[in-house]
Write a protein that binds this ligand. Sequence first.
Ligand code: FE2
Length: 425
Amino acid sequence: MFDLILRNCNLPDGRRGMDIGIRDGRISAVETALAGEAGEVIDAAGQLVTPPFVDAHFHMDATLSYGLPRVNQSGTLLEGIALWGELKPLLTQEALVERALAYCDWAVAKGLLAIRSHVDVCDPRLLAVEALLYVKDKVRPYLDLQLVAFPQDGVLRSPGALDNLKRALDMGVDVVGGIPHFERTMVDGAESVRILCELAAERGLPVDMHCDESDDPLSRHIESLAFQAQRLGLQGRVTGSHLTSMHSMDNYYVSKLLPLMAEAGVAAVANPLINITLQGRHDTYPKRRGMTRVPELLAAGIPVAFGHDCVMDPWYSLGSGDMLEVAAMGLHVAQMTSQDGMRACFAAVTATPARILGLDDYGLEPGCRADLVLLQAADPIEALRLRATRLLVLRAGRIVARSPAAVAALDLPGRPSRVDFSHRS
Ligand code: FE2
């Protein structure tokens, strides 16, 4: 006896016409022609059912603050950081919580049920940390929120930042963050990586650093991060986020760097929407694209996820929590237009970030939590092409969001018409 059966589902791995049986909030069977009674049966009609979208890199403390107190005029990362510095003293816990909860509503509606969010720890009041810990608890029935202690102004450059960061970890923040390229020198950047990785090793925590988020071809902090991961035995627990300088690095150096990263078990997160808009701002033409070398990282065996990074904040004025938009941008910027490339882009917003976040319950295996999204698309590639409608979003077997299918009818005489965006030749 099942609580719910989803019939005739296409799965991301290419299986078609599968039935998914759900009992007590978990997947209990994935089979063709699944036998057994069910409290409810939903016909997926040959459309894609996937585990939910996962965002490996976000800033929930800044989200939906666009225009406060003013708009970023230059469009650069550095003006964004300055602008966030102007906003910080004006923040209230109520407003932080309200904006974060509003974003979580958007996320759930888009089938985005797990987010790793950095939270700035440079404000000694740790208002944002308190607010997001509260939000994490509140949204737990719907969404897994993982927090990274992020010293936005530099753990060495900003007085008191290291103590604040440790306090944030004491309060329950999950991951150690950093921003070596914002320290005053390359030497300080490398030192910050050492200090933070040692702290993570001591506390048994994962590491996720903003790393080399610039167009500087000589920015080398990912090398330091890989070195420290290896030295401290942190393989599989360390992530380098952004890595945009790799776009501009010398090819010979990159051919040495990628095997070092693979050997150190370091994962990478690119943030396509943000990288394409923030980087290259000092260039005339040709103008660099700024995103890290995604296909080359993947070919070296390094897991690569795509993050949203920002939605309507000092760095980015757009966005809606739609990870298919993020993946589609990554696909275009990295020219990952082959079938395998497009499938890797879909994985970069689903299974790969789930692995990076260490989500144990994630997937379609029996025993996994029944977190599922029914998309108005036949397969992952069609989902990317259409930024497909999330017809149903399930959390632990319960429907938590639904959107109507796109329909239209021209009703021309002799040509009854109903829009169908799919292409089934
Ligand atoms: Fe970021």
